[in-house]
Every structure is written in C-alpha cells, then in structure tokens.
Design a protein around this ligand. Structure first.
Ligand code: GDP
Length: 444
C-alpha cells in the first residue's frame, strides 16, 4: 500500500507528543528531526524536505503549539496544511479548448502507463461528459503499442486512429487531427512514443508533434513507484515541452510517496490525476488535501464516498435504505451488495481509506480472499427464491440441502447465515440512528 512507511513514521514522530501535556522547543525540534528523516526516506526531494521542515518548524515553535494543551493535534494540523500546500492546494482541472476538439497530448517514459492512462482518460471523458473522444496511436516504436491502444479503445468503445508503424508520427498526428475535425470529435488524445530514458531524438519528435497539434493539455505520465527518478523525469520533460500537468500512476502499489510530494514543488506543474490500478476506471482526480490526509493516515473518506457514489446505483441505495429500516433486507439484496462491493476493488484497499484503519495493525496482513466471496455467493445461489426472500425459514434440513448444493461445509453455511442475521439487525439499528452494537461486529 502506498505511503505505508511514511504514514507510520509520521504518526510515531507526532505520537510522542501525545503523552506530553505541554511541549518545549526542544520537543518540537526532535519531532521535526524525525519528520525530516521520514520524508527523506520516502524519497521526497531534499530541497522540498528542507523547505517543508523549515516552514513547519517556524509555525510549530510559535504560540500555536507551545501554548496549546493539545500540542500533538496542533502539529498534525500544521503538517497537514503544509503537505496540502506542497502538493498545490487545490485540484487542477483538465484544460479545455473553447472550440472542439480539445487536444490532449500524452507524454512519458516507456512503461510509465501512458497508453493505459490515455484509455482511462478517454473513458472518463466519455462517461462523465458524454464526450466523443478520438485516440491517435503515434507510438510507432514500441512493439505492440498500437495494438495495445486498439485493445483499450475496443474495451471502452472509443475509436483509435492509426497508420501502422511505417508512417512518420508527425504525419500520423496530422491525419488523425484532420479526421477528428471531420468527425467532430470533441477530444483528441495523442498517445506518443516513450523511451527508457529521455533522449534528444524523442524530444525532437515530441516538440514537432506539439507544434503541429498545439495541444491544450500536455499530460506527462510518471510512475510513482520510481520515486526521485519520477521527479527528474518530470523536470526533463517539462524543460523541453513545458507540460501542463502530470498524471502520477501506480499509486495503488507500494510507492513510498516521494513523487507525489515533490513533483509540484520541483516542476511547478500540477498533478492532475492519479492512477490507482490497471482497470479503465482506476483514474482519480488528484486532490492535495485528500492526499495529505491519506499520507497522515487519516484516511481518504472523500475518495471512498465518491467511489461508492460512482459505483453504486443511487436508486438501489435508496431502496436498500428503506429495506434496512423495515428490516426486510434479504439474501437477494445481500448478493447485490456483494457484487457492488466487489466492483469497487480489493476490499483491503477500500478498508484502508477509512480513517484510523490505514495503520491499524490488525489490518496489516489482512488479505480478503476473493474466493471467500465466491463461496458465500455459492451458498446464496443454492437457496430457493423463497429462502432468499425469507431467511428466517432456514431450518436445519434446508441448511443441509444448501450445504450439499453449494459444496460448502454445513458449519460455513451456519456461520454465514448467522453473520447475515447479525448484519441485518445492525443495519436496522444504524438506519434508525443507533450506532451501538457495531463494536461487537468489529471485535471478533
Ligand atoms: P506506456 O509504455 O507508458 O504506454 O505504459 P503502459 O500503459 O503500457 O503501462 C505499463 C504497465 O503499467 C501496464 O502493465 C499497465 O497495466 C500498468 N499500469 C498503468 N497504470 C497503472 C496504475 O495506475 N496502476 C497499476 N497497478 N498499473 C498500472
């Protein structure tokens, strides 16, 4: 999980203050020393670290903290605010041209996730704005790059313009742009070539494409897993192309966090999106404040809520709320819910977005096996429609039949039904505003 080490170290450093009623300047100095080390070890650019620590220290030795009765909270507040500042304060929207098409040029090193991100972005524009994008395959060097873009295009139902690998990329872009104008596409996404590292020939080609296509947006894709290197790459591309924004990919991986915290400060260019998975829906707007809470281990509830809103059907959610109040939640609803949750991504990732959960030791090694969910589903599928609608009729002989039908042990069937009933009771209580009883569920 991204930022794990950084979160833990920041929490430990600040946590030491929790035990103190009042803190001295020396205490603040010690905490700042640890924060500095934590940031450096997470691969944050050294100059960014230096400025950050200086600002936080200046604020922290001021009255805000030293005279406070809750110094730890005050420091968290300052660190949080400064993290948000370093990352650019506000989310930066995608540029849009006043007349169609808006041209987005995707650039980046090979393997950074350029082609995947082009697809994710086209998909986002299509689903959120009803846009009609066209993607242009201008990477003629990497074997299979064109096929990859075509496959992505098919998956999200977005057309791809290509002329094979023998035509000059600048010419491909020229013809692609003409086609987009003719077909009145409102967005054009150009997937350009990458290299293993920045080289002059590549940059010359990109500059030529830029001059021809005059993009409204030059989005640089960088791989968060490469830390400091991502920042250097961003600087290199920015020097030559004056990019308009950055997409930081692979934040679902084990990245230490350096790139997210350094890119804006080093290049002056905003991170506009983050990639958090391989699926076409795994592209999120970059919100500096949410990222800061995530880094501090305060969870990322807003993203979680948005994810839920995007993936859940609102009408169904309302029906569900009614059912919860009436205690008529049945196994059909349960199946629906399970499928919706599965669509949101791995459960352990979702749980870590909940405040306080990110660093909860109990979650450290948790792996929710997708097979468990499949077993539970198999059990529900083995019930008759009547049993699904009225779980209270599930007597021992029915349970034995279900166990045989689903191929699961009878104990598992019993346990699942028991948990279902507990959940149903809890949901009814919660829907009436009574939250007691939740501890029991979390406890065992
Ligand atoms: P390109 O060479 O820059 O066009 O890179 P690709 O789009 O081919 O991506 C390289 C690899 O990274 C592929 O296997 C992608 O599925 C994967 N990838 C891209 N973005 C993400 C991301 O946000 N998370 C994860 N886990 N994988 C990603």
């Amino acid at each position: 999980m991204a930022f794990e080490g950084l979160t833990e170290r920041l929490q430990n450093a600040i946590g030491k203050l929790r035990r103190k009623g009042k803190v001295s300047e020396a205490d603040v100095k010690e905490v700042m020393r640890e924060i500095r080390l934590a940031l450096l070890e997470s691969d944050v650019n050294f100059k960014v670290v230096k400025d950050f620590v200086k600002t936080v220290r200046t604020r922290a030795v001021g009255a805000e903290v030293l005279e406070s009765l809750t110094p730890a909270q005050q420091i968290v507040k300052i660190v949080n605010e400064e993290l948000v500042k370093v990352m650019g304060e506000e989310a930066t929207p995608l540029n849009k041209s006043p007349k169609i098409p808006t041209v987005i040029m995707m650039v980046g090193l090979q393997g950074a996730g350029k082609t995947t991100t082009a697809g994710k972005l086209a998909n986002r524009l299509k689903t959120e704005q009803n846009a009609r994008p066209l993607m242009i395959a201008a990477d003629i060097y990497r074997p299979a790059a064109i096929d990859q873009l075509k496959t992505v295009g098919q998956e999200i139902d977005v057309p791809v313009f290509e002329l094979g690998t023998e035509v000059d990329p600048v010419e491909i872009v020229r013809q692609g742009m003409e086609l987009a104008k003719e077909k009145k596409n409102d967005y054009v996404l150009i997937d350009t070539a990458g290299r293993l590292q920045i080289d002059e020939k590549l940059m010359d080609e990109l500059v030529q494409i830029k001059e021809l296509a005059t993009p409204d947006e030059i989005l640089l894709t960088v791989d968060a897993m490469t830390g400091q290197n991502a920042v250097e790459v961003a600087q290199g591309f920015n020097d030559q192309l004056d990019v308009t924004g950055v997409v930081l990919t692979k934040l679902d991986g084990d990245t230490r966090g350096g790139a997210a915290l350094s890119i804006r400060a080093v290049t002056g260019k905003p991170i506009k999106f983050i990639g958090q998975g391989e699926k076409m829906t795994a592209l999120d707007v970059f919100y500096p404040d949410r990222m800061a809470s995530r880094i501090l281990g305060m969870g990322d509830m807003l993203t979680l809520i948005e994810k839920a809103q995007k993936d859940f059907d609102e009408k169904k959610a309302e029906e569900l709320a009614d059912k919860m109040r009436e205690n008529s939640f049945d196994f059909n609803d349960f199946l629906d819910q399970m499928e919706q949750v599965q669509n949101m991504g791995p459960i352990e990732d979702i749980m870590k977005m909940i405040p306080g959960m990110a660093n909860n030791p109990a979650l450290k090694n948790i792996k929710v096996d997708p097979k468990d969910m499949e077993h539970t589903k198999a059990i529900v599928y083995s019930m008759t429609p009547q049993e699904r609608e009225d779980p209270d009729i599930l007597n021992p002989s029915r349970r034995r039949r279900i166990a045989a039908g689903s191929g699961r042990p009878i104990q598992e069937v019993n346990r699942m039904i028991k948990q279902f009933k507990q959940m149903r009771d809890m949901m009814q209580k919660m829907s009436k505003g009574n939250f007691s009883g939740m501890e029991g569920l979390l406890g065992d």
